[in-house]
Design a protein. Structure first.
Length: 411
């Protein structure tokens, strides 16, 4: 199950994508409006919105891990966070690189292991995918005409392929949420060849494409197929497609197939999509919120108040206690930095509604001053790409290696 922050980001991304298709531009989705959403609304989002796939850059591990794995949340001492001012260099860097194409706003897709940022946008009903250069220019790597009545659910990119998942837009005056993913298009970046992935997939009848769980990792695209009517006699399927030889495989069958940033899991088994750090939460604990950049992992207990954890593939781990935010939602992690906000919001919270950043080396928590942001697929070399909830937002790119660490105020 995707985290609440994933679902919020996905819901907003879908709103913006649908707006691009319809030609609408008035998307005044304020933080206040989003804070006012009820938990019931969030469950509706969970059931209908497509969660954005996390671009894990590490190799697919060859082992399984289970709910009973010993590699779980670190026990022992907790470091109390301190409230710190955001260094001036951070305030200057956050809005410095706003990426646009011909004056048009673009959405972030991912950042790969080498720090290359991928973005997408729509022009005259054609989905455009490009990569951001060092000078903030964007070079196009793929495009796909969007069929009438459809929108783009998600985009995945690696060195060989671009996978674009399409969904049917809701119809009727009552509106509704985007649903019914019905195509996944694989585009070869080198030849431009187009493959409609579902057409040749060896999926039995009675199944529906779970495109919102799609991940493109080391050249292989993974996705879920689930029974249309929730027939208890049918197992969920974890599928894969290799564009090198156009081969399909059923990677797993199981009940209650689900996913989070670490990979896929089901009753009694799991399939990781990255080198899982030695210290990590119980994989199937859906009460956690978590994010990863492929090397570092952060999660919170999402209780009241939340404990924030951080670990990396080397085995280092840290835990932080705080009483500033209720139900902390982890929005992203990049190296030692964790980006977070409070999930449901609470008038008693002692922080603003902006995105906050925690420096796990010092325990310093600083207010970025940026409205709650969407962070996707951050790389291990500390390049992040994000967009905020501001009406005029576009992709912004920040190299965190160029910024100073955040320190607690001296007493």
């Amino acid at each position: 199950m995707r985290t609440l922050s994933d679902l919020e980001a996905a819901f907003q991304a879908l709103e913006r994508r649908a707006s691009a298709v319809y030609g609408e531009h008035d998307l005044d989705r304020t933080v206040a409006n989003r804070r006012a959403r009820t938990s019931t609304h969030r469950r509706v989002v969970l059931a209908t919105a497509a969660a954005v796939a996390v671009g894990a850059s590490a190799a697919v591990a060859s082992y399984l891990w289970t709910e009973n794995d010993n590699r779980v949340s670190p026990a022992g001492s907790r470091t109390a966070v301190c409230v710190a001012p955001l260094p001036p260099q951070w305030r200057q860097a956050l809005p410095a690189h706003q990426i646009r194409v011909d004056g048009q706003a673009v959405l972030p897709v991912q950042v790969d292991a080498d720090g290359r940022v991928t973005v997408d946008w729509v022009v005259d009903g054609v989905e455009q995918v490009g990569q951001v250069g060092r000078d903030d220019s964007v070079s196009k790597i793929a495009q796909l005409p969007i069929p009438t009545g459809h929108g783009v659910m998600s985009v995945s990119v690696d060195s060989r392929s671009v996978v674009i998942v399409l969904f049917r837009l809701p119809t009727g005056s009552s509106g509704g949420s985007p649903s019914d993913t019905d195509d996944a298009v694989v585009i070869d970046r080198h030849t431009g060849a187009v493959t409609h992935l579902l057409a040749g997939a060896p999926v039995p009848s009675g199944y529906a494409f779970g495109g919102h769980w799609g991940n493109l990792v080391d050249g292989i695209y993974y996705w879920a197929e689930v029974p249309v009517r929730g027939d208890g006699r049918l197992n969920d399927l974890l599928m894969s497609y290799d564009p090198t030889d156009h081969s399909y495989a059923v990677k797993a069958r199981g009940d209650s197939l689900n996913s989070n940033p670490l990979g896929y899991f089901w009753d009694g088994g799991s399939f990781p999509l990255m080198d899982v750090p030695p210290v990590h939460p119980v994989v199937t604990d859906v009460a956690q919120t978590m994010a990863t950049d492929g090397k570092s992992l952060s999660w919170s207990t999402y209780d009241d108040p939340s404990t924030v954890f951080w670990s990396d593939v080397s085995g280092a781990s840290r835990a932080f206690s705080q009483n500033l935010m209720h139900q902390v939602s982890i929005d992203g992690v990049s190296g030692p930095y964790v980006f977070l906000s409070y999930g449901e919001g609470d008038d008693a919270d002692k922080v603003s509604g902006s995105e906050h950043v925690l420096d796990t080396r010092t325990g310093a928590l600083a207010d970025t001053g940026v409205p709650q942001i969407s962070l996707r697929g951050m790389s291990g070399n500390s390049v992040i790409a994000f967009w905020s909830t501001a009406k005029t937002s576009t992709t912004q790119v920040v190299n965190l290696n160029e910024l100073p660490q955040i320190d607690c105020p001296s007493s």
